[in-house]
Design a protein around this ligand. Structure first.
Ligand code: SAH
Length: 357
């Protein structure tokens, strides 16, 4: 499809010979005018795909309570804040704050505790939607992780890491080559080039694909360092795999899979998150998980919350709540492909909600 981004990509390929996949993905998602996320119309029923917080308020509520529990255990509730990465429409945070407000306001009859809300977002349109979703609470927006507020933070990342640009290497009979985008007959096509960044040579069979997200280690390291210094925790939820192997790059348009080269800037691109890379980057921290999203939500009280909401609901709403529980937690739906991982201070002791057997 000749999208507005296509000629920009084509020109760069013509002048340089090829484009690396991470560059292609970064442009397709984040080009300041024509990137996929710039329209702000991606999520929900009318968008291209639906995420867990858009399926049900229960998702954000349970994560809010998880956060509160962590802050209580670390005894830092009065000075802590939230930091969400890639908050989309802001739905998760709005649900989380609504769920925990009664608890932070009832704190021994004292003044309500004020928890500042920080968000990292690259799309101006989504920044606006996030501010609106949280109104009247102010949102402090960031473009990167370089100016984190000096306080304990709960970092939340739902379907953020899967949007990080990836590189792909493919094992061929003469060794590893890198997969890149080229032009053929006026169209985008995939090809391979020799590489100096080959993955560590191993027993991988010919034809296997090896994926890395070059930005991931620095992001996880910055978050980890902050938690180590100030306290808090990180909760990461995403389509997950446990190693770098496998071609997981996918494109979705109007709820349907499409070719990754088909409509740059008009389709969502994502890749499964290699949780082993997160674990490596957070090696000196206390790490919980990965755990299936379904088990995580159930152990936080998904069923109980659904029952509560159903009690006063009409039959149609009850059916919707039951369907949402199924969609979020059943292994055949989002319950198993989505994985959760928590990063805590190295010296954090005791059980962690959501990760109990
Ligand atoms: N968490 C939301 C949205 C997931 S989509 C939900 O669950 O509904 C991915 C989000 O990450 C979008 O808000 C997108 O604009 C943002 N994003 C992706 N890459 C980013 C980057 N490098 N920096 C900042 N935000 C990014």
């Amino acid at each position: 499809m000749a999208t507005p981004l296509f000629p920009i990509i084509a020109e760069e390929i013509t002048s340089k010979g090829y484009m690396r996949l991470d560059r292609y993905m970064a442009l397709a998602l984040g080009h300041p005018q024509h990137g996929y996320y710039m329209s702000g119309r991606s999520f929900g029923l009318e968008g291209d795909f639906i995420t867990a917080p858009e399926i049900s308020q229960m998702f954000g509520e349970l994560i809010g309570l998880w956060s509160l529990d962590q802050l209580h255990r670390q005894n830092v509730m009065k000075e802590a804040g939230f930091f969400e990465l890639g908050p989309g429409r802001g739905t998760l945070m709005a649900d989380a704050i609504r769920a925990i407000t009664p608890f932070i306001q009832d704190h021994g009859g004292a003044m309500p505790i004020h928890m500042p809300i920080h968000m990292m977002e690259m799309s101006p349109a989504l920044k606006q939607q996030q501010a609106k979703a949280l109104h009247p609470q102010p949102v402090i927006h960031h473009n990167d992780l370089d100016n984190l507020p000096p306080m304990p933070l709960i970092f939340i990342a739902n379907e953020f890491f899967d949007a990080l640009p990836i590189r792909q290497f493919i094992k061929q009979d003469k060794g590893w080559r890198e997969r890149v985008v080229a032009m053929a007959g006026g169209k985008l096509t995939l090809t391979t080039i020799t590489t100096n960044d080959a993955p560590p040579e191993d027993q991988t069979p010919i034809g296997n694909v090896y994926e890395i997200a070059p930005q991931l280690p620095a992001i996880v390291a910055k978050i980890s360092r902050h938690i180590q210094q100030y306290g808090g925790a990180a909760l990461i939820i995403d389509y997950g795999k446990s190693n770098p192997i496998g071609d997981s790059l996918q494109a979705v348009h109007n709820h349907k899979p499409v070719d990754i080269l088909d409509s740059p800037g008009k389709a969502d691109l994502s890749a499964w998150v290699d949780f082993s890379a997160i674990q490596t980057a957070a090696a000196d921290m206390r790490i919980l998980g990965t755990r299936d999203q379904g088990d995580f939500l159930k152990s936080l009280g998904l069923y109980q919350r659904a029952e509560q909401l159903s009690a006063d609901a009409d039959p149609k709403t009850r059916r919707m709540i039951a369907a949402a529980v199924d969609r979020l937690s059943s292994p055949a739906q989002m319950g198993r492909v989505f994985q959760t991982m928590a990063i805590l201070p190295p010296d954090a002791k005791g059980d962690v909600a959501g990760f109990l057997p």
